[in-house]
Ligand binder design. Structure first.
Ligand code: C5P
Length: 500
C-alpha cells in the first residue's frame, strides 16, 4: 500500500516533502482498490482516525522504526512536541474524544439510497457502546425494512406518528426526549426542508420538532439537489438553529455517471461525529470560540477573483481542537477544499467584507482566533459581466479590505477576552510578528515562516513562534493538528490562570 500511495504522491508532487511529512494533497483514498480500502477502514477505525489520517500515519511510519502492525507496515509518529504543549497524541489524529459509552441515540433513517449504510451505522454506534432506537420515515421503507432495523437495534423500529402501539408504549414526545442525541442519516433534501420549516407531519418530523436534545444530520442527495439554493437556504436555517452536520462527501452517486457533492458521510465518519458530540466535558466547556480560516476571494468579475494560497488546514484544525475541548465553536471560513469539522457551526463566506460581517454577527465570544488569510485588497468595482480580452489588459483599481483582526481587537465593547492572530511572514518572522502584535491590538500572535521552501502553505506541518507581551515561545516543527492542540491547551491554561 505504501508503494502505491507513495507513487501517486511523488508522481504529482515531485516527491516533495514538508519537513519529514510527505505532502498528501494528491492522494485519493477512494481510488485504492476495495480490499486495501477495507483494511484501511478497519485500521483507521481501530485508531479512531479518518482514513486519510491513517494513510498519513502509515507514510510517517514508513520513514521511521515503528512497530509492525496487522498490514505489515511500520506505524510511527515523529515525537516532536513543544515545551509545555501537553501530552503527545499517538499520531496526527484530529482531536476528537473517544467515548459514547451508554449514550442513548435515536437514529432517524430517511428515504434515500444511502439508507442501507444506516444499518452499518447502527452497528458502528453499538460497537462504541451506544444504545440505539430507530425511526424510519415512510420513504425509508423503500430502502430498508423495519424488521431489519428492529433486529439490529434489539427494539422494534418506530414508523408511524399515529401508531397506537407507539403512543401506548413510547409516545413521540418520549422518543424525542428520552435520548441523548438524535442522528438523521440519511437526511434527504425533503427531510431537511421539513425540519427547516418546523413541520410535524410524520413521526420523524414531529420528534425532531419536539426534541430538546442535540441533532446531527448526515445529508445525502443528488449533487444538484444539494447545491440547490432552497436546500442551502434550509441548511443555513438548521445550522443557525444549532443543528450539526456531518458530510456530505464528494464522489460518485448511485445513479450511473453522476458525481459531485452529495454522498452521505461514511458510517465511521458519522460515528466519529457522534463521539465528538458525546465527549466528556473538556477544558473549554462553557467557552464560546470563534475561528476564521481559509482565504478570501475578492471578485474581479463573475469568473475571476483575487485570492491567496491559504488551504485553511491550520484554521480548521484549531476549530476542531476547540470543539473537541468542549467549546461551542463557530468557524467562519473562506472558500476551502476541506470537509467541515464535525460538531461545530460553519459559516461560509467568500469576501473579506462578508467575513467581517459574519465575525461581528458571531460575537460575543470568549476567544477569537484569526487564522484566515484575508486578501488585503479588493477591486473597487467588481464587473457584473465577464471582462473581455480586447488585446489590452484592464487596469484594476484596488481598495483596502477591512482588517478583521484589528477591528475586533480594538473594539471598545464586546471585545473577546482573548484575541489571537497569525502572522505569515517570509523574513524577520518574530520581529514582524512583534510589530503586528502592537499594531493590531491582539493578545497573542502565532508567527510562522511561509517561505515556499518551508512547505507550510498547503502542507500538513507548521513551525510556530507564539509572540505575546511577555515574550516569544518557539515551538518545534509539528503537524497542524498538534499545533491546534497545543494552542487550545495554552488557551485553556490562560483561562485557568485568570480564574486564580
Ligand atoms: O497583516 P497581516 O495580513 O499579516 O495579518 C495577519 C493576521 O491578521 C491574521 O491573523 C489574519 O487573519 C488577520 N487579518 C484580518 N483581516 C485582514 C488581514 C489580516 O483579520 N484584512
Amino acid at each position: 500500500m505504501i508503494a502505491l500511495i507513495a507513487l501517486q504522491s511523488s508522481a504529482k508532487m515531485g516527491a516533495k516533502t514538508t519537513g519529514d511529512l510527505p505532502r498528501m494533497s494528491s492522494i485519493t483514498v477512494r481510488k485504492l482498490d476495495e480490499r486495501l480500502k477495507k483494511r484501511l477502514r478497519v485500521r483507521a477505525a481501530k485508531h479512531g482516525r479518518s482514513m486519510e489520517d491513517e494513510v498519513r500515519a502509515i507514510l510517517r511510519g514508513a520513514t521511521g522504526d515503528g512497530d509492525q502492525d496487522d498490514l505489515g507496515i511500520a506505524v510511527h509518529a515523529p515525537e516532536v512536541r513543544p515545551a509545555g504543549a501537553g501530552p503527545a497524541s499517538p499520531a496526527d489524529t484530529p482531536p476528537v474524544a473517544t467515548t459514547i459509552r451508554s449514550a442513548r441515540i435515536l437514529l432517524i433513517i430517511g428515504g434515500g439510497i444511502a439508507a442501507y449504510k444506516s444499518l452499518d451505522l447502527v452497528r458502528r454506534l453499538q460497537d462504541r457502546g451506544a444504545r440505539l432506537r430507530c425511526i424510519l420515515t415512510r420513504a425509508a421503507h423503500h430502502f430498508v425494512t423495519p424488521l431489519a432495523v428492529g433486529a439490529l437495534c434489539g427494539e422494534r423500529a418506530y414508523t408511524d406518528l399515529f401508531d397506537p402501539r407507539s403512543e401506548l408504549d413510547v409516545s413521540h414526545i418520549r422518543l424525542a426526549r428520552d435520548t441523548d442525541l438524535i442522528v438523521v442519516a440519511p437526511a434527504t433534501a425533503d427531510l431537511i426542508a421539513r425540519m427547516a420549516g418546523g413541520r410535524a407531519d410524520d413521526l420523524a418530523a414531529a420528534v425532531l420538532l419536539a426534541t430538546d436534545k442535540p441533532i446531527l444530520i448526515a445529508p445525502a442527495m443528488n449533487p444538484h439537489m444539494w447545491a440547490a439554493k432552497a436546500t442551502q437556504r434550509n441548511l443555513a436555517r438548521l445550522v443557525a438553529d444549532g443543528v450539526r452536520l456531518v458530510g456530505p462527501n464528494a464522489g460518485e452517486m448511485a445513479e450511473r455517471g453522476e458525481a459531485g457533492t452529495g454522498r452521505m458521510a461514511e458510517p465511521l465518519e458519522i460515528a466519529a461525529a457522534v463521539e465528538a458530540i458525546m465527549r466528556r466535558p473538556g477544558p473549554l466547556t462553557g467557552k464560546r470560540v470563534l475561528v476564521t480560516s481559509g482565504p478570501t476571494a475578492e471578485p474581479i468579475d463573475p469568473v475571476r477573483v483575487i485570492a491567496n494560497r491559504s488551504s485553511g488546514k491550520q484554521g480548521h484544525a484549531i476549530a476542531a481542537a476547540a470543539a473537541a475541548a468542549g467549546a461551542d465553536v463557530v468557524l467562519v471560513s473562506g472558500p476551502v477544499n476541506l470537509p467541515d469539522p464535525p460538531c461545530l457551526a460553519v459559516v461560509r463566506v467568500e469576501t473579506a467584507q462578508q467575513m467581517l460581517a459574519a465575525v461581528e454577527k458571531t460575537l460575543p465570544v470568549d476567544v477569537a482566533v484569526f487564522a484566515a488569510a484575508v486578501a488585503d485588497w479588493r477591486p473597487r468595482h467588481a464587473s457584473q459581466s465577464k471582462i473581455k480580452k480586447h488585446g489590452r489588459a484592464p487596469t484594476l483599481e484596488l481598495v483596502e479590505n477591512p482588517d478583521i483582526l484589528s477591528t475586533i481587537a480594538h473594539r471598545k465593547s464586546g471585545r473577546p477576552r482573548l484575541v489571537i492572530g497569525f502572522a505569515a511572514e517570509t523574513d524577520h518572522v518574530v520581529a514582524n510578528a512583534q510589530a503586528k502584535l502592537a499594531k493590531k491590538g491582539c493578545d497573542w500572535i502565532l508567527a510562522n515562516d511561509v517561505s515556499p521552501e518551508t512547505g507550510i502553505m498547503g502542507g500538513d506541518a507548521n513551525t510556530i513562534h507564539v509572540v505575546t507581551a511577555d515574550g516569544v515561545e518557539s515551538w518545534p516543527p509539528q503537524s497542524k493538528n498538534d499545533v491546534a492542540r497545543a494552542l487550545i491547551e495554552r488557551i485553556a491554561a490562560a483561562f485557568q490562570e485568570t480564574k486564580r
